[in-house]
Design a protein around this ligand. Structure first.
Ligand SMILES: Nc1nc2c(ncn2[C@@H]2O[C@H](COP(=O)(O)OP(=O)(O)OP(=O)(O)O)[C@@H](O)[C@H]2O)c(=O)[nH]1
Length: 439
């Protein structure tokens, strides 16, 4: 039991330690893991195109300087007004099907800007059938971020939280609340616009790389994993406790049943010893000690009782003729025949040798005489070893203890024994009552 308790404590501590380590590991993992990345550019199949405001009479003209390296230029004609000039990257051939950016957190541009533009717009287009129309490129959400000259560096990383939905796109559309904020689940196009008011001269841009970045696993998933770990931990601890208590209970049950078994064995043994000390081994009747114990309450009651002393006639001769073993069997059979005739509360004992004593509590001599005669006839008529020639008879002496008198057994027994002696003298196979002539 102690070993199990120690094991339980060790297991419990081990489990807690494991849980703690696992929690620390899960907490540290997002910080250690490299970010997930999706490279949008360079991509050989990328659908890139430039646009300017020439068609609407503007003063901006765009051209590729080195298309394979995404190197392009906007030139502003001072004599005309400036509206827009820029670069687009279509993410698929199908204008309605883009890429889900929402699994990422930010977008990373590696761009060389050689421009004096005071405001560069980085924008994304999100197509959603709720508000978009496949025939109208402008119906996809226009989400933008304004780059100021001070933001320009070789690597620019922008969190998607920093993007805004353009007011001009939103106005007049009457969209539902959930559609009035930027959506990133189906981005079909991204672009760079050098601005609406470019300064005269050349503005060169080289786009080296554009990629999405984000954690491998979302914060919600981490929390869920932590919760799961603790849940599994709690179930583990509970299971250990249950197993421990179950084992304790089964050990207690085993101990109880062993004790119970032992108790039963001791009880049986005690009964056996009691029987041995009170019973005659051959006949199974009370011996003298058993008789004195059984007699005690009768004497104490003071009610009076009758005593019959029985002795097998010429038993020595039977023994001599048939052998001691058969003599024993005759003794057992006579005991049984006697036992068959008595009442439930009569006490039958083997006094010794071939002599038996019967005590009849509350009985008078008449009753005792009838019993003695029944026994005598029963023995005389009994068949021993199926031998018709073997006749066994018994002689009996009877005495009576008056109620309130004779509270010791010995004198009453002696009187019955005297009567038995008389019966023997009278020729045996008869019953004599103390103080009476033979009937
Ligand atoms: N087989 C057997 N014989 C026993 C036992 N106890 C005593 N005896 C024998 O019983 C016989 C008793 O003989 P006796 O006292 O002379 O009396 P008896 O031969 O019965 O003669 P009466 O009593 O005068 O009729 C003896 O031979 C004992 O050895 C016993 O347990 N088994």
């Amino acid at each position: 039991m102690q070993k199990i308790a120690v094991l339980k404590i060790k297991l419990g501590r081990g489990f807690l330690l494991l849980l703690l380590l696992l929690t620390l590991f899960l907490l540290a993992l997002p910080k250690v893991l490299p970010e997930r990345e999706l490279v949008l550019l360079p991509d050989n199949n990328a659908n890139r195109f430039l646009y300017d405001d020439q068609e609407i009479g503007g003063g901006n003209r765009v051209e590729w300087l080195d298309q394979s390296n995404n190197h392009w230029r906007c030139t502003r004609d001072i004599d005309k007004s400036s509206h827009f000039c820029g670069y687009n990257l279509a993410l698929s051939d199908d204008f309605t099907r883009g890429i889900d950016f929402s699994a990422y957190q930010k977008i990373r541009y590696e761009v060389d800007f050689n421009t004096s533009s005071s405001q560069i717009t980085l924008f994304l287009r999100n197509y959603n059938p709720v508000y978009s129309n496949p025939d109208d490129g402008n119906s996809a959400q226009y989400i933008h971020f304004f780059l100021k000259p001070q933001d320009l560096s070789s690597v620019i990383t922008i969190d998607f939280n920093e993007f805004r939905l353009a007011e001009w796109w939103l106005s007049g559309r009457g969209l539902a609340r959930e559609d009035r904020s930027p959506q990133f689940n189906n981005i079909t196009l991204l672009g760079i616009n050098l601005g609406s008011d470019l300064s005269p001269g050349n503005h060169d841009v080289v786009i080296k790389r554009i990629a999405l970045r984000g954690p491998w696993v979302s914060a919600e998933t981490w929390y869920l994993a932590l919760l799961l770990v603790w849940l599994v931990g709690a179930i583990g601890v509970l299971s250990i406790k249950m197993i421990y208590h179950h084992r304790q209970a089964s050990m207690a049950r085993h101990k109880y049943s062993t004790l119970h078994e032992r108790h039963r064995e001791l009880h049986d043994r005690a009964q056996e010893l009691t029987d041995l000390s009170q019973r005659d081994a051959l006949s199974g009747l009370f011996n003298r000690h058993g008789l004195s114990l059984a007699l005690a309450p009768v004497l104490k009651s003071g009610k009076g009782y009758a005593v019959v002393v029985l002795d097998i006639d010429h038993f020595k001769r039977i023994n001599d003729r048939r052998g001691h073993l058969e003599g024993d069997q005759i003794l057992v059979q006579v005991a049984q025949l006697t036992q068959n005739e008595v009442r439930a509360d009569d006490i039958v004992a083997r006094w010794g040798g071939e002599e038996f004593v019967i005590v009849l509590p509350g009985a008078g001599t008449e009753e005792a005489y009838k019993l003695a005669e029944r026994i005598r006839y029963s023995v005389f008529n009994a068949r021993f070893f199926q031998d018709k020639k073997l006749i066994v008879s018994v002689s009996l002496g009877i005495s009576h203890a008056q109620p309130g008198a004779d509270n010791t057994f010995e004198p009453v027994f002696n009187r019955a024994d005297q009567a038995l002696y008389k019966a023997k003298e009278l020729g045996r196979n008869c019953t004599v009552i103390d103080g009476e002539p033979q009937r």
